[in-house]
Design a protein around this ligand. Structure first.
Ligand SMILES: [Zn+2]
Length: 218
């Protein structure tokens, strides 16, 4: 298991370069272990720096390789397997992503709760710098009182409710998110307790038959 799943609050890590991959002018490194979350599931790649021999380099992007394992785009001039590195995560950015991403799961579940049955997954679930949103076909969420969903979300986020994640026992690349009795397949990273999120604000707008529901932290 990679460190960002094992302990997603880990901000710094000593590790080593395991493999160097060249793709055109880009250099990617695979690390023995990593705290840099690889982009996916609407959650952005982590940002951070890599310190090697006392020098600071940039971790420009963390992506999944063809097997779903994380590799990192870096500006280290000539990285070599075996070199020791120290990773430093841009924690403020990551923590906000963890909160917003967790918000989207809860929002979806509370919309379902209000409607009284399961609904299809959003057409788009994305996280920007300071907000996140789900986009649904209008018909799926028509009649939902978003003000009530917002109040219900804030009620939950005022409580110390645990969030856990775990991997599929047959395929470690396939993971689940669990909160209360709800389980959602998800390989993202989340806060461990809902009260870390604090207060949120919802807003929604409909366009071309689709409804975008946006969540911001306040
Ligand atoms: Zn998730």
């Amino acid at each position: 298991m990679v460190k960002y799943y094992e302990d997603n609050y880990c901000r710094e890590l000593d590790t080593a370069i395991r493999e160097v991959l060249h793709e055109g002018d880009n250099t990617y490194i695979r690390l023995a272990d990593t705290i840099f979350y690889a982009q996916g599931g609407g959650q952005k790649s982590d940002r951070g720096i890599i310190i090697m021999d006392g020098k600071e380099y940039r971790m420009l992007k963390s992506v999944k390789d063809e097997n779903g394992d994380p590799v990192h785009l870096t500006d280290i001039p000539d990285p070599l397997p075996g070199q020791q590195v120290h990773l430093v995560l841009d924690w403020d950015f990551r923590y906000l992503q963890m909160k917003l991403h967790t918000c989207l799961h809860i929002m979806h579940l509370l919309i379902e709760e209000q409607i009284g049955h399961e609904i299809e997954n959003p057409l788009v679930a994305d996280i920007e710098e300071t907000f996140a949103y789900n986009k649904y076909p209008n018909a799926v969420v028509s009649g939902v009182d978003m003000g009530q969903v917002e109040r219900n979300m804030n009620e939950l986020f005022a409580q110390d409710i645990e969030v856990t994640t775990y991997e599929n026992e047959n395929d470690a690349h396939y993971r689940y998110w669990k909160c209360r009795e709800d389980v959602i397949p998800c390989g993202g990273i989340h806060v461990h307790h809902l009260n870390e999120i604090g207060n949120i604000r919802l807003s929604s707008h409909a366009k071309k038959g689709k409804m975008t529901v946006k969540v911001e932290l306040v």
